[in-house]
Design a protein around this ligand. Sequence first.
Ligand code: PLP
Length: 372
Amino acid sequence: MPESFAPPARTLMGPGPSPVSPDVLAALARPTIGHLDPAFVDLMDETKGLLQETFLTQNRLTMPVSGPGTAGMEACVDNLVEPGTTVVVCRNGVFGDRLRQMVERAGGVAVVVDAEWGRAVPPETLADALVEHPEAEVVAFVHAETSTGALSDAETLARIARDHGCLVVADTVTSLGGVPVRVDDWGLDAVYSGTQKCLAAPPGLSPVTFSDRALERMDARETPVQSWFLDVSLVARYWNADGAKRAYHHTAPVNMIYALHEALRRLQGEGLEAAWARHRRMHRALAAGLDALGLAFVVPEAERLPQLNAVWIPDGVDDAATRRRLLDEHGLEIGGGLGDLAGRAWRIGLMGEGARPGPVLACLGALEAVLD
Ligand code: PLP
């Protein structure tokens, strides 16, 4: 029989997963109970309430999808897109392109608005595309592009989309909990996130929220959602129903809901605004240190995500060998570049529990040692 797995000590400062606090890990290790047990159902309701507070929404349909961020992404796209639906997809990195692929797999017509990698999506390019494509019904964009560290102006993009009568799909996988995300104030219709970034829980759940406008569109569908598992009208009977009407859909990952509940409880205890401010503060400290080490940012300052810091790899430095040394000699994980930035940039995460002075100092110290 193999030995029981003991993970090595790591400081997680990549693009996710982020470090998980001992309280959240302890919640995860509590005894599993039935997924229709009245005590668990109460926990589900409380978790929904905590998610509404985190997304800053009153949306009735707010819940964690059982699956990683990509599952929430697919739930949003598949439920709003039918064969022939035109969707304007803003693409300024890897995850915007993933949205495009999903739209096309759902039978939709993707109109891609390309923006430079490492930059926010310019709102005027979206406006131009919507003038050119009056048939568009949905706009999709990534608020915080983890592949580059660029933060787009979700509020303005959503306003433009709504002015053209479109529903808004927003990816908040890396933004939620780290920078402001105001679902109701900004008029976002289908929003997904992930547990493993600034929410500071392990990977495996994707919080989603749908506006009433999105629900109306789903009710009016002419074709069934292509995925049975992610058909929100079916899963809502489990997450969004009261009392005896609550029906089995799939077996929820019970212990992961314990962990998410604990992480959200801690976030509310700190306060959302305080958590956003902490991410900004830690980013400023890290940026000052990176600057002192001579590492230059990929993204211009005004468009930078505090929680994902992409820096150019200095000339003559071996990407893979350096990251391996960080891991082996310092127990530090940072991310390599994705897509266009592969081999050219490092991505340093300051997410959730990673956005604390200890990890920032450990990261700067380790980088200093390996780049010496
Ligand atoms: N969207 C963004 C912006 C992400 O950063 C990620 C993951 O890093 C995803 C979607 C997909 O999430 P997951 O890897 O949990 O499926």
